[in-house]
Design a protein around this ligand. Sequence first.
Ligand code: 13P
Length: 255
Amino acid sequence: MRTPIIAGNWKMHKTLAEAVQLAHEIREATADINGVEIVLCPPFTALGAVEGVIAASKVGLGAQNMYWEEQGAFTGEISPLMLDGLCDYVILGHSERRQFFGETDEGVNKKIKAALSHHLIPIVCVGENLAQNEAGETAAFVGGQVKAAFAGLSAEDAIKVIVAYEPIWAIGTGKNADPATANSIIGLSIRGAIAEMYNEDVAQQVRIQYGGSVKPDNVEAYMSQPDIDGALVGGASLKTESFVALVKGALVKVR
Ligand code: 13P
């Protein structure tokens, strides 16, 4: 049984004061919801303060990125050692990092290993762009990204990783992927790649989210799919009302 997980990726939004307020509201509004893992991923500048707000609640905390080295002359970077103990999750290899900041499969793999060795659960993003999608390359491309991400991980570590399937053309566009199609990419290409690397049992234990224009009115359609275990959400995670509606939508899995 895979616990459903709704994560809010706040991206480059929210001042310190706004982040504290949003986290506070979400903590209050989700206090009575059970059976869904809830994760907030504010910008680095608000991590410490949001940690204070959600401490001793069921709401978890994640960072949006991280470098793989523990310390050193890497101006502007944040290390796994700095996040260890501060948060529980870290988003790695988001398509915006790959597209705008030159992240590679190899670097993402190093970051995943560094995260796991510092008690952080990686939320690893994969997904094809529009041209790849239209050319029918999605399955091969996404499968390749998954294999590169998991390269060198033990089965014991592999089952801790959360994968987020985020087709680039669906992010922030309002054009969400068809839920049944997303389910089949997740089941066949992502779980399939993990099964090829390890075995079916490991593949069945890894949690896989969908991301890309998830909103309160479509979240249940995703969460009703057998291979989709959660959502990684940008825009709709920035307001209490819509984020809480997403968490409630995930309850279709626990009913
Ligand atoms: P949107 O929900 O805004 O489409 O963003 C998805 C995303 O990139 C989450 O990481």
